[in-house]
Design a protein around this ligand. Structure first.
Ligand code: AMO
Length: 423
């Protein structure tokens, strides 16, 4: 061996045979390199061994590095030996470099192959960076990371989307969110906490924004004077993530052909009532108390985008629209709640919580639920609970909006939905 001898491990992306010369393109996570085989200069067994490999086989190639004006890297490898670690069966279930449009279902059925495409993997590299940046921001702001149970006895986000399971003969559920646990922690002195973990929703709707398992980034903080304190915190975290990704994710963004816009903070706030007015002027008439709906959200997104805003708050929803844990705005039909919308889609919701025991129990009953089945939660409010508030952000919805991807599934390695439980 001399110092220009290298060994490269990777997948055989392509083989081109041009008679007197052949090329094998080898790919690893960093990119591709050209293995050049001038027929006359390469031992026949090595030549035929390398050039007859099937696409996507995994090999190790050793050879000399030569400068080359013909390749993107400016170099090529002239092989002296190779080892076949794992041959790929033929035909491939889908191509890696072929420029044909493959259906989402085919891609997801063969996700291991789909993820061999660098631009598909780039989304997950960005997702990983996003979570690092998120942890940085939370640490800077004095939050502790916690882990709450995902096997639970009661739901927090409505019965319709609960996954029921058998827990040693007793009914149990998969957690829809860490809501009740993160609030209980506010009574302990762990007064700023966050969690990043799976959330499960038995969503019966087959849409580009609903899955049955997603990663939820939840935060909860005590001693707030209003929900504005929570909104300010989310803005700080999102700003840190967007700014950080724009810088650290340059390579991945270039692969995807995307740019990240980093809006100034604070983001504009629209109240729910203002939204009804905006929608009515745009020809969509909703009644006070109605859900804005996907169409309403989209329309508001278009109006805000025209004004130059990608991210904006919708606050003070009618209390009847919001779960029992949200604080009512006394003397009005509204609540101290908010959603953060990104380009016409909700990516987060949260608010100030009802921390007063009696009122909380009243609200649980008002929502038609049995306060008795929530005593494990409400007990934490009986013995001293600080005022508090928090949020949940769907990590994948946030990422697909940031990158303008068409489907939340693009940001999930192995998505789960109404029809998909495998792979
Ligand atoms: P909510 O139910 O609005 O609030 O959920 C919070 C965020 O989670 C994401 N999300 C989803 N993403 C993909 N597929 C789904 N089926 C799905 N459902 C929700 C969205 C949404 O904004 N406990 C409250 C939060 C809080 O008040 O702290 C909650 O779970 O991005």
């Amino acid at each position: 061996m001399n110092d220009t001898t290298v060994t490269m491990n990777g997948w055989v992306q392509d083989i081109r045979n041009l008679g007197g010369i052949s090329f094998v393109i080898l790919r690893d996570r960093y990119g591709t390199v050209q293995i050049t085989l001038p027929k006359k200069k390469i031992e026949p067994a090595l030549f035929s061994g390398l050039t007859s490999l099937s696409r996507e086989s995994v090999v190790s190639v050793t050879g000399d590095v030569k400068e080359s004006g013909q390749t993107e890297l400016g170099l090529e490898i002239i092989p002296s030996s190779f080892e076949l670690y794992s041959p790929a069966a033929v035909p491939l279930p889908m191509g890696v470099i072929d420029k044909v449009n493959v259906e989402m279902d085919t891609r997801l059925n063969n996700r291991f192959m789909d993820l061999r495409k660098p631009e598909i993997r780039a989304v997950f590299e960005l997702k990983s960076m996003m979570l690092e940046l998120l942890s940085e921001a939370m640490k800077e702001n004095g939050f502790s990371q916690v882990f709450t149970p995902k096997l639970v006895e009661s739901g927090a986000e409505g019965g319709a989307t609960l996954f029921r399971l058998d827990y040693f003969g007793r009914p149990a559920y998969l957690a829809q969110s860490p809501q009740l646990y993160k609030q209980m922690l506010m009574s302990t002195g762990l007064d700023r906490i966050y969690e990043v973990g799976p959330a499960f929703r038995a969503e019966h709707s087959n849409t580009v924004r609903h899955v049955t398992e997603f990663i939820s980034f939840d935060g909860e903080m005590s001693w707030i004077s209003s929900q504005n304190d929570v909104m300010n915190m989310i803005e700080k975290v999102i700003h840190h993530i967007l700014k950080g990704l724009k810088d650290k994710g340059k390579e991945q963004l270039a692969l995807l052909g995307k740019e990240i816009n980093v809006p100034d903070i604070p983001y504009p706030v629209l109240t729910y009532s203002e939204c009804l007015g905006m929608l009515s002027s745009a020809g969509m008439d909703l009644k006070e108390g109605d859900d804005l709906g996907t169409e309403g959200e989209k329309l508001i997104g278009d109006i805000m985008s025209e004004k130059g805003y990608d991210l904006y708050w919708i606050s003070e929803y009618p209390e009847c629209e919001k779960p029992f844990y949200i604080m009512e705005k006394e003397g009005t039909p509204y609540s101290f709640s908010f959603d953060l919308d990104y380009k016409g889609q909700e990516i987060s919701s949260g608010g100030q919580r009802e921390h007063r025991y009696e009122r909380l129990v009243e609200r649980i009953a008002k929502k038609g639920l049995d306060p008795e089945s929530f005593t494990f939660y409400t007990d934490a409010f009986r013995y001293g609970m600080p005022p508090h508030g928090g949020w949940g952000i769907g990590i994948e919805r946030f990422l697909v909006k940031m990158l303008d991807l068409p489907n939340v599934r693009e940001a999930i390695l192995f998505p789960r939905d109404l029809n998909r439980l495998s792979p």
